[in-house]
Design a protein around this ligand. Structure first.
Ligand SMILES: *Cc1c(COP(=O)(O)O)cnc(C)c1O
Length: 495
């Protein structure tokens, strides 16, 4: 962030950092010269007497504490200004490819905020039948959407879902007395696929894409064999292309005794139209925080339920939820050959409540409609932008090339036009990739604005791009230091 010149601690003199007069009602700011939104304690510190009648030992109490003595509107404005330093899907379009940043309808927030939704996870099954019923329903919805026979809600993210799914595949082979050491992954796959396979102890076999951006069948045929534990595939793949040969691909892998893993982080193109289970996949994860709304970003929160076919159901994590065989209610139980726990209790529960509400409200037709619009929007936007889009036709997303421009610089410049940039520099098979996914939530007017921003940036010179962003609360941050040496507390700035 800054060079640490900001003076937190004792000082009550916020003036030295305060914005100039006339900019008082602007966004909060954080500049390289140490100007920032004053802390509440810098705006006011009032001695408040406390602890006089405390039952605690004297050495654990204090007599007074400095607290900001501010009026409620001052507080509300402080936090609102800080929130405006951020770009969110409630501020504008967020076409971050592969991440599916869709608008989060407020009814899903209401469902998650319902006091009845937030029950303690350790409560006995008998006292939380409603919660268990919602869990069982969501398992059922997701199973039907993916064409899977059983679903666990436990994994807390897509990557955790992958890890769970690959461990289930591993446990299955082991139970069959087979020692299979390899997981095959196409080069266009999401980075988490490679990390998952490696962390689960497999050797990764990377599969080069064919000319048209799809799986190269000959290369696959050469790669599969007795060592193949699984093929991990995303379909439509990260270029937004449907793997048309999926039945042949499935046959090749199954004939060699391997399993087919579906990376279902992003189901927008398939909802209500096609199901991974019908394509021959045996195990998959869903990113409910992408496909089924739910705010996400900055590392969380998420949920990555995993669906499996019948043969893999005994290996699901524990506890699993099901309707009691006699129909008298719902219960938690441990599947016969469970791989154990991958997260506490039933996972990130309130994220799952949002997904449940989203699916229940949209229903079969609504989901299919969302999918149709997501695909239409991606194709409409791809047509309207000046950047070249080397592969196509696409489904829910497309990958444009920034050509001679640096994709990361172009992305920074888009912020100046008030839009969130697409995913950049990935997948690597497209030069200077701008991976773009407008989602179904954008209107035609909003897509036109988005295209105008892309086109304005595409016509600009390198110097302009390199100086961007100019109109945001924070300018270019040192991304490497931010990732490698994070300072997670305000006090740390003083060091
Ligand atoms: C987002 C994503 C993942 C990982 O999901 P997380 O919830 O971020 O861990 C995996 N695969 C694809 C294709 C994705 O887009």
């Amino acid at each position: 962030m800054t060079d640490g010149s900001a003076d937190g601690g004792d000082s009550l003199d916020a003036d030295e950092h305060a914005p100039e007069a006339g900019t008082l009602y602007d966004q909060a700011r954080w500049t390289d010269d140490g100007e920032y939104e004053p802390l509440l304690s810098e705006k006011d510190a009032t001695e408040v007497a406390i602890g006089e009648d405390s039952p605690l030992p004297d050495d654990l109490t204090r007599d007074s504490l400095e607290l900001p003595g501010l009026a409620e509107p001052e507080l509300a404005r402080h936090y609102t200004r800080l929130s405006q330093m951020n770009y969110g899907v409630d501020s504008g379009p967020f076409p971050l490819g592969s991440c599916t940043m869709k608008y989060n309808p407020k009814f899903t927030e209401q469902a998650a905020a319902d006091p009845n939704a937030a029950v303690h996870p350790d409560r006995s099954a008998g006292s939380v039948q409603g919660t268990l019923e919602v869990q069982a329903q969501l398992q059922d919805y997701l199973g039907r959407i993916g064409g899977m026979d059983a679903v666990t809600l436990q994994p807390p993210a897509g990557a955790a879902g992958e890890f769970t799914g690959i461990r289930i595949a591993s446990a299955y082979h082991e139970a069959n007395g087979e020692d299979r050491s390899e997981v095959i992954i196409p080069d266009s796959a999401h980075g988490t696929n490679f990390a998952t396979a490696a962390m689960a102890g497999f050797d990764v076999v990377e599969l080069p894409s064919a000319e048209d951006g799809r799986v190269d069948l000959e290369a696959l045929e050469a790669a599969v064999g007795d060592d193949t534990a699984a093929l991990m595939l995303t379909n439509p793949n990260t270029l937004g292309l449907f793997e048309r040969d999926i039945e042949e691909i499935a046959a090749l892998v199954h004939d060699a005794g391997g399993l087919l893993y579906y990376d279902g982080a992003n189901l927008n193109a398939l909802l209500g139209r096609a199901r991974p289970g019908d394509m021959g996949f045996d195990v998959m994860h869903y990113n409910v925080h992408k496909t089924f709304a739910t705010p996400h970003g900055g590392g969380g929160p998420g949920a990555g339920p995993v669906g499996v076919v019948e043969e893999l159901a005994p290996f699901l994590p524990t506890p699993h939820v099901r309707e009691q065989p006699d129909g008298s209610g719902y219960e938690r139980y441990e599947p016969d050959q469970s791989i154990g726990k991958v997260h506490g209790f039933s996972g990130n529960w309130l994220v799952l409540v949002r997904a449940w509400a989203y699916i229940a409200r949209l229903g079969d037709e609504g989901l299919a409609d969302a999918s149709a619009k997501a695909v239409l929007n991606a194709n409409y936007l791809a047509e309207r932008i000046d950047y070249e889009v080397p592969y196509g036709p696409f489904h829910h997303e497309f990958v444009a090339s920034a050509g001679d421009q640096d994709a990361a610089d172009a992305a920074k410049r888009m912020l100046d036009y008030g839009v969130h940039p697409p995913t950049t520099k990935w997948p690597e098979i497209v030069d200077e990739a701008l991976m773009t996914e407008p989602t179904e939530a954008e209107t035609r007017g909003s897509l036109d604005d988005l295209a105008a921003a892309f086109n304005a940036v595409s016509a600009e010179d390198d110097a302009t791009l390199e100086a961007a962003p100019e109109r945001t609360a924070a300018r270019r941050i040192d991304q490497v230091s931010a990732a490698r040496e994070p300072r997670l507390s305000w006090q740390a700035l003083d060091d």
